[in-house]
Every structure is written in structure tokens, then in C-alpha cells.
Design a protein around this ligand. Structure first.
Ligand SMILES: Nc1ncnc2c1ncn2[C@@H]1O[C@H](COP(=O)(O)OP(=O)(O)O)[C@@H](O)[C@H]1O
Ligand SMILES: [Mg+2]
Length: 279
């Protein structure tokens, strides 16, 4: 594989929700705004022409307020949502335009997802939950068990293997969610606000856990967050979204020292305010 090729590359990605997306797309291309288009056609421009490269091994954070299009973007990348227009290359293959069969293969082979609300099966044990992705990949029971237990050990939960998720705290449930995603050895991890439902101290612990794991695993991770502190702590690079567009893509340091515009400055103000309070 060519190392210079980005792992994931988005080109002019557009997603419009509604029953007449192509009418809305035409208006969008004519330069009408998201609000204009909503008013005229009742269609929602959710991703408004995004181009972006994400490199192999990068922990890439997408940050933005609620409604800015983060979940839509990440769901386009595993094509739970089909984009209205544009390209999504994974290892050079345009998954926006492959058929469903090929898409299922790509998901099984390359992509795992961790959800905000954990998404565990309540009637399966912790171990069965972790094994689930291996089961649907047709891996035999002995291997599944081995891999499941090994992955549970990575997140420090091996002694909980035979319990049901209801016995676990929120932080532990999300460790199971993480273990399930890691068990498949998928190279790409999509994480949609995985720690947002957790209490602050547990959340912090999970952030550190993720950084520790990433040092060993070198996955390509897209991590969604609405929290600037989380974004700064985790991101190799951060893309800040607003109204379906990318406002700035940069390292945390560059965003801090060279904010692209007033919108980014307003985000940073929070950090300055906290500093000012204690000085
Ligand atoms: N199924 C849907 N139908 C219509 N509009 C949607 C749908 N899902 C999301 N939207 C709209 O798309 C925009 C982006 O939503 P979303 O991707 O969920 O943002 P975020 O994850 O940043 O909160 C919002 O304006 C939202 O209301
Ligand atoms: Mg969301």
C-alpha cells in the first residue's frame, strides 16, 4: 500500500435530508444557503461540501455543536447514510459508489463503530457482546472466545466476562463497547461521542485509556465530540464543524495559536475564561 495515500479521503461530500434532495442540491450549487434551501424546499443540507484527508494511524477529532452535522458525517463514512453527492475514499476505494454487497464486506473487513449509548445487547453476556462482531464475521467459537477474552483483558474487564451488561457501570459498559470494536481488528474506528454519556471523572479515565490503547494499536480513529477539552486532549488533528461545513482543520496547537476566524475564537474563549478565573 502507498503510505502517502490518506486512509480516508472525503471529496466534495454533500448530504441533504428530505424527499427532494436533488432539487435542493441544485439550489446549493447555485449558492443558496442552508436556511434558504430549508425555507424553499424543506430539505436539510446536513453536510455542505466537505473535503478532508485522514491519515493512517491518526486520531482525528471532529468537533462541533449539536446539529452541526458530525453524526451524519461519520455515518456517511460507514455508509449507514448514503451521501447525496461526492466521494468517500477508503484505501483509495470510493465507498460512496460501491454496491451494498461490497459495502458490507468493507464494513466487516475495515470498520468498527462505538456508539454514545453503548449499543450493547442486554441479554448477552459481556463476553458474548465482545464476540459478536467476530461471530458475524464467521469466526469459529474457540477462536472467538480466545479473542474475546484477550480483548476484554485489554480494557481491564476479563473478570466480568460472564456478567450481563446491566451489572456494569456506565464507564464499564463503554469499555465493553470499545472491546467489541477492537476485537475485530478493524483498522478504522468510528466513535460518535462515545464518552458524552459518562460522568466527568469516568470520562477522563476513558480518554486516557483510549490514548494508551492508541499508542499500541495505531488505528485510524475518527472521534466525534462537542467538547473542546476532549478534542484538545485526544486529537492529533481536529476538524471544527459548523452548519455542515469545516471551519478549520489543524493540530490542537495550531487551532489554539492560529484560530481561523471569530467562530473558533469564540470556542477558545471558554478555555481563556477558565484560566482567567484562577489567575
Ligand atoms: N434523518 C434526518 N432527517 C432530517 N434531518 C436530519 C436527520 N438527521 C439529522 N438531520 C439534521 O441534519 C443536521 C445535522 O445533524 P447531525 O448530523 O445529527 O448533527 P450532530 O451530530 O452534529 O448533532 C441537523 O440540522 C439535523 O436536524
Ligand atoms: Mg450527533
Amino acid at each position: 500500500m502507498n503510505n502517502l495515500q490518506p486512509k480516508i479521503s472525503l471529496e466534495n461530500l454533500i448530504k441533504i435530508y428530505g424527499d427532494k434532495p436533488h432539487i435542493a442540491l441544485k439550489l446549493f450549487r447555485e449558492g443558496k444557503t442552508k436556511d434558504n434551501i430549508l425555507e424553499l424546499t424543506n430539505q436539510v443540507v446536513s453536510i455542505a461540501d466537505i473535503s478532508l484527508n485522514i491519515n493512517q494511524g491518526e486520531l482525528f477529532v471532529i468537533m462541533g455543536l449539536s446539529g452541526s452535522g458530525k453524526s451524519t458525517l461519520v455515518r456517511c463514512i460507514n455508509r449507514l447514510i448514503k451521501p447525496t453527492s461526492g466521494h468517500i475514499y477508503i484505501d483509495g476505494e470510493d465507498i460512496a459508489h460501491v454496491n451494498e454487497k461490497r459495502m458490507r464486506e468493507i464494513r466487516l473487513e475495515k470498520i468498527s463503530m462505538v456508539f454514545q449509548q453503548f449499543g450493547l445487547f442486554p441479554h448477552k453476556t459481556v463476553l458474548e457482546n465482545v464476540e459478536y462482531g467476530l461471530k458475524i464475521r464467521g469466526i469459529d467459537q474457540v477462536k472467538r472466545r480466545q479473542k474475546g477474552l484477550k480483548t476484554l483483558a485489554i480494557v481491564g474487564l476479563e473478570q466480568w466476562a460472564n456478567y450481563l451488561p446491566s451489572s456494569l457501570s456506565g464507564g464499564m459498559k463503554q469499555r465493553v463497547g470499545l472491546a467489541r470494536a477492537l476485537a475485530t481488528d478493524a483498522e478504522i474506528l468510528l466513535m460518535d461521542e462515545p464518552f458524552s454519556a459518562l460522568d466527568p471523572l469516568i470520562r477522563r479515565e476513558m480518554q486516557e485509556e483510549l490514548l494508551r490503547l492508541q499508542k499500541e494499536l495505531h488505528k485510524t480513529i475518527i472521534f466525534i465530540s462537542h467538547d473542546i477539552y476532549e478534542a484538545f486532549k485526544l486529537g492529533d488533528r481536529i476538524a471544527v464543524m459548523k452548519d455542515g461545513k469545516i471551519v478549520q482543520v489543524d493540530t490542537p496547537k495550531m487551532i489554539m495559536t492560529q484560530p481561523a476566524n471569530d467562530y473558533i475564537r469564540a470556542f477558545l474563549q471558554d478555555i481563556y475564561d477558565v484560566r482567567a478565573m484562577i489567575e
